[in-house]
Design a protein around this ligand. Structure first.
Ligand code: ATP
Length: 323
């Protein structure tokens, strides 16, 4: 492992939000975490994090999302990343962190995770530390989506979503994202997934997407991403649109019914695919091209339950230094 040295007084890095093209949710394990099989796509919604040496630690958020319920103490994932870096490497610097935020907050798009990944890359550069494997280890301790924000592109995630394999893909995807006027907490949506499955099996059915385990217990099956992976490899957007999948959709809609309305509006407006982003409440709409994305965005802007419409493309890069 290389030893951190002091090289740069200020470093800027960038990482991106994501959408899950496939999100299969299994049963919770003994640690309470659900087993996942997911396909992440990084989207060109940048989070830009600048880290400067300072007398004491601080966090500032700039841009139009400043103040959107983002903590400015050690609960902020960018500062949490710096603290974890210090602990792991023994580096002693204190830092002023500035986050220029483009990813909508708490929408299931992994903006906080992107901040953590960008902060890790920036503080490592600031400290003259270049052991990528150690950064990946630290990322995995910060949250299930942080390793992907470091990695970028398109990747298959297993386990908690942090065991990553790169996915080959062709072409650019045009996305329209509709954030919600309502809010959802990720743990609440996972709980609701379990409740809905319990209700379903108590009614004598096998769980949707479920398989019977020996002894009559019903175990949730992890939805298979094979079709999505094949569509990505061949660059077939129609096939991709036909196979995107999110096991959290029913749970999120049952907690926030306006999501179903927004999804219907997108379908009526001719979206190729309509997909809940992670645990929601943001909904992603896959468009045919940039013009189609603009048309969809205009139609969705007027929809009930929509707070903001963001047009973007994917895949985007992993966390990197901005020179
Ligand atoms: P998750 O699915 O991990 O809950 P998300 O992708 O839905 O996250 P984020 O924007 O990453 O949404 O933030 C979720 C919550 O994390 C915020 O409401 C906020 O309280 C907290 N948080 C901590 N650090 C950050 C950060 N740097 N940016 C945004 N939110 C942060």
């Amino acid at each position: 492992m290389s030893t951190p040295r002091q090289l740069h007084p200020s470093v800027t890095a960038r990482a991106y939000g994501k959408i899950n093209l496939h999100l299969g949710v299994g049963d919770p394990g003994p640690d309470g975490y659900h087993a996942l099989v997911t396909v992440f796509e990084a989207l060109n919604t940048p989070e830009t994090v600048t880290i400067e040496l300072a007398e004491s630690d601080s966090v500032e958020v700039t841009g139009r999302r400043a103040g959107d319920g983002i903590p400015l103490d050690e609960r902020n994932l960018a500062l949490a990343a710096v603290i974890a870096f210090r602990k792991r490497t023994g580096w002693g610097g204190r830092v002023a962190i500035t986050i220029d935020k483009q990813v909508p907050v708490a929408g299931g798009m992994g903006g906080g995770s992107a901040d953590a990944a960008a902060a890790l890359v920036a503080v490592a550069k600031l400290a003259g530390f270049d052991d990528r494997a150690v950064l990946e280890e630290i990322a995995a301790t910060l949250g299930a989506d942080v390793p992907f924000a470091l990695h970028g592109g398109i990747a298959l995630g297993r386990g908690r979503g942090d065991d990553l394999t790169r996915v080959l893909s062709q072409g650019t995807h045009h996305w329209v994202l509709a954030t919600s006027t309502g809010t959802l907490s990720t743990p609440d949506v996972y709980r609701r997934v379990d409740e809905l499955r319990d209700q379903w099996t108590a009614g004598g059915h096998s769980a949707p997407g479920g398989i019977s385990a020996p002894g009559g217990q019903v175990a949730a099956r992890l939805a298979d991403p094979t079709e999505v992976l094949a569509a990505l490899a061949s660059g077939d957007v129609e096939a991709l649109a036909a196979n995107v999948h999110n096991d959290m959709t029913d749970a999120a809609v049952s907690l926030l019914p306006d999501i179903a309305h927004v999804m219907d509006e997108g379908r009526r407006a001719g979206a190729h695919a309509v997909l809940l982003s992670g645990s929601g409440p943001t909904v992603g709409f896959l468009a045919q091209n940039a013009t189609h994305a603009l048309e969809l965005a205009v139609l969705l802007e007027a929809s009930r339950g929509v707070r903001e419409v963001v047009r973007t493309t994917g895949p985007a890069r992993g966390a990197h230094i901005v020179e």
